[in-house]
Design a protein around this ligand. Structure first.
Ligand SMILES: C[S@@+](CC[C@H](N)C(=O)[O-])C[C@H]1O[C@@H](n2cnc3c(N)ncnc32)[C@H](O)[C@@H]1O
Length: 226
């Protein structure tokens, strides 16, 4: 069985201004810098892995937005890797890109944890890899069927699509990016670009197709590779 690939980053920062990564013998956790106990596990084990009509079904809005013809999906805004690991468990070959080195180190450790869990190892091995860098400059050297984007949403929203703790971590660590430039770079390299938005949030540009879900919707943009 192929080993799970790790995030490639130039250094190994495990302390940020607001968070630190604490390494235990059998697990890794993200801790608020002021906290004395209770970190957030760096792990994909919490992923809802129900098949059939469950979370991993390709009949869900996310699966329909990505499309059954796709093989390779680039998640160009990997964050904590929840969506990338979900897409990989749904059967796509996923390459995640994260520009924040601290988050890229966290992704690396979540992959390390997946290798300790037989079920996740079976689902993710050879299916998921992460790279640290700016997707806008990396995408022109890559090719994919689909580029998936989940840009940081800075407006008001009724409910976050991520569980509370991971959403707080991302809000604290991440600066808003240039979504338009990233969308243009993605459209150049893929047959379609799927952008996750809060169901009540504005689109970053007029989409070609929309797949509505309960908390989020997926806006689809046709790309240059048809
Ligand atoms: C809302 S978070 C994504 C959350 C992710 N979907 C998950 O499941 O954890 C957006 C992430 O995209 C990253 N990002 C934004 N612009 C980027 C770019 N041009 N290249 C790489 N990463 C980028 C941010 O650093 C942030 O971690």
């Amino acid at each position: 069985m192929a080993a799970l690939s790790g995030a490639k980053h130039s250094s190994d920062p495990i302390v940020d201004d607001e968070y630190r990564i604490v390494l235990f013998e059998d697990r890794e956790e993200l801790w608020d810098i002021h906290a004395r106990r209770h970190g957030m596990p760096l792990s994909f084990r919490g992923l809802d892995r129900r098949t059939g009509a469950g979370n991993l079904s390709r009949k869900q809005p996310l699966g329909r937005a990505i499309g059954s013809k796709a093989t390779v999906v680039i998640d160009a805004t990997a964050g904590l890797g929840h969506d990338a690991s979900l897409l990989a468990c749904m059967g796509w070959q996923v390459i995640g890109i994260e520009r924040d080195p601290f988050l890229a180190a966290a992704l690396d450790l979540s992959l390390r944890d997946a290798a300790r869990c037989d079920e996740l190892q079976d689902m993710l091995s050879g299916q998921l890899e992460f790279h640290c860098g700016d997707a806008t400059s990396m995408l022109p050297t890559m090719e994919a069927d689909v580029v998936y984007l989940d840009p940081m949403f800075t407006g008001r929203r009724s409910r976050s699509a991520l569980p509370k703790k991971p959403a707080q971590v991302l809000q604290a660590l991440v600066d808003p990016g240039d979504d338009q430039t990233l969308l243009a770079a993605a459209r150049d390299r893929a047959t379609r670009v799927v952008v996750k938005r809060p169901s009540d949030g504005p689109a970053i540009a007029e989409p070609d197709l929309v797949f509505p879900g309960r908390q989020v919707r997926y806006d689809v943009y046709l790309g240059a590779r048809q």
